[in-house]
Design a protein around this ligand. Sequence first.
Ligand code: SF4
Length: 161
Amino acid sequence: MEKVLVSACLLGWRVRYDGGAKTLASETLARWQAEGRVVAVCPEVDAGLPTPRAPAEIIGGDGADVLAGAARVVDPSGEHLTEAFVEGAALALRLCRRHAIRVAVLTEHSPSCGSTHIYDGSFSGTRQPGAGITTALLRQQGVQVFGQNDIAAADRALRAL
Ligand code: SF4
């Protein structure tokens, strides 16, 4: 049975920066859970960041740029969080390797988990095209990553493996 990596906040875990969850009500997700396919991940908490925590955004690019050393992660006070976010991505990749995971559904817009758009680093609520750091690393390593709004596509990808 192929496993699928899913952001913990989509599963109802209260791990978001504001102490909340982003629970996804989805028949597909419920079926995956019943089938025992789901492996939860929260890259930021796994890297040791506290909950709640300050919101973070990528400055100077997207997740791939952070991995390349060309962009960084900060909170609104300017504290640098790049190292923790990169560590969280590495831990997520390790989880994928342990479970031979090739498909993931991660939370859209997060600096770690976003898959099509992320915030632009201005802390003004403005989004720009791009993926988060964990998503970028997983994609570089061949994992197909989808946002929660594309869970149907993730399900098709899972069944095509
Ligand atoms: Fe959810 Fe990912 Fe943020 Fe963790 S890092 S709270 S899993 S979006």
